[in-house]
Design a protein around this ligand. Structure first.
Ligand code: HEC
Length: 150
């Protein structure tokens, strides 16, 4: 290794270390209220495909805790929870019909997430089952919640 390579490598290592000083820790607040799932199967599929961004039970793998990946992971979780949080159905999604739809169109789960999470790669038939289950669950859930508010 010549001198330039040595300093360049050292610089990169220092930079990488410095990135770690900007924390992006993901926390899991308590679960308030889960939906009344229409079936066990829906709950299973949602947990495997959606919970890492849309719940208060996210599991972040080790590489997701290392900057700069940790910043992206935290950003996804913050944005994801703001749109839809299955642990806070006391604050239901504004457009419940979009939830199942997002699975059918393949918009959700995001492609980048699927690269690293094989278990969340649903088959065509699993997508359909999940979309149907989400529709059923959110409509029932919504009525139940609204009747308490009116
Ligand atoms: C890797 C994190 C991640 C996973 C896993 C994930 N989402 Fe999302 N989701 C997001 C983010 C970030 C947003 C907000 C930004 C956007 O719309 O892309 C979002 C937005 C949404 C929205 C709001 C409307 C929309 O389309 O923007 C819905 C509905 C949704 N997700 C449903 C789901 C469902 C259902 C699953 C499971 C099949 C899922 N998501 C899995 C990160 C995720």
């Amino acid at each position: 290794m010549n001198k330039t390579t040595f300093y360049a490598a050292g610089g990169l290592i220092l930079l990488f270390g410095a990135l770690q000083l900007v924390p992006a820790e993901v926390t899991n607040p308590p679960v308030d209220q889960e939906p009344l799932w229409d079936s066990v199967r829906t709950a299973e599929l949602v947990k495997v495909a959606c919970y890492d961004c849309h719940s208060n039970e996210v599991v972040v793998p080790w590489y997701g805790k290392v900057a700069p990946v940790s910043w992206l992971v935290k950003h996804d979780i913050d944005e994801g929870r703001a749109e839809l949080n299955f642990s806070q159905m006391n604050r239901p999604p504004e457009e419940p019909d979009e939830v199942g739809e997002s699975v059918l169109t393949g918009e959700m789960p995001p492609r980048m997430y699927l690269w690293m999470h094989k278990a969340a790669r649903l088959t065509e038939s699993e997508r359909k089952t999940l979309a149907k289950g989400l529709d059923a669950t959110l409509h029932v859930g919504e009525e139940t919640l609204r009747s308490g508010l009116d």
